[in-house]
Design a protein around this ligand. Sequence first.
Ligand code: NCD
Length: 304
Amino acid sequence: MHHVLSAQQFSKSELLLILKQAEEMEKVLAQGGTDIAHNKILATFFYEPSTRTRLSFETAMLRLGGKVISTPNALAVSSVTKGETVEDTARILSGFADIIAMRSKEVGYAERAAKVSSVPILNAGDGPGEHPTQSLLDLFTIKKYFNLEKPLQLVFVGDMKYGRTVHSLETILRHFPNIALTFIAPSSLEIPLKHFHPEKGDQKMTQLTDEILEQSDVIYDTRVQEERFEDRNEYLKLRDAFIFDEKKVARMKKNAILMHPLPRVNEIASAVDGLPQAKYFEQARNGVPVRMALIARALKLIET
Ligand code: NCD
């Protein structure tokens, strides 16, 4: 079954095929959509807040001609509040829907759901673990501007410890060894060892220097993940560690891109939005064609 649980599951040829299929879905979108999924239902079951991910999954399914059932606030309104396990939820939902996109507070929920589900599970973020579908739309965005096989300086900035989008993107970028990775975070939020490979040339730093700004091709900024902190004061101390304002972004190369999975809090000033390097809104839009491709693949409506 075509679950999407972790960025680790993809081979390079699968990644390249997904990118191509997402490009095809962009053309389909330009025509207003298709109806290849006309008799299919997507269930979105989210235990954690979301705007982009849930609504872009749902948009993707609707543009494929399918239907959607949704629990956007599972922790408050579903039987989870009565103590239902993820396994039971998955068993039930897989009796209703043809495919399930799920976001959880804890690592590993999507895998647990996949073990018992009779339909494909798409991991839409599992706590501080992974966010594999986001990493595919991130890769798709990078590929719009750069040749993935040529040398490229990619710098992650922000919360490397809890940022699941970083963890998944780091994983898939290993298929493109010409992309050099640098991780910049306050020392208490540094990149976990399993995602940091100095033997492959990775660097880590605690400061966002002018040199980094001037030399990077892709800067992937992230939000400090407030919801993972027990001590709010600790979060407040770290929240504004790196702020991209117009002055900083003006130091970047003209053809460099600034990405962010969003939502942003303070870390990118709104004055940056109009600069040519700012690509985060386009990045979010890319979620629709990429998720169309992923849903269509999982439902075996296109080549896998
Ligand atoms: C990210 C997430 O949920 O991990 N958002 C998203 O899905 N685009 C990033 C974040 O919440 O900071």
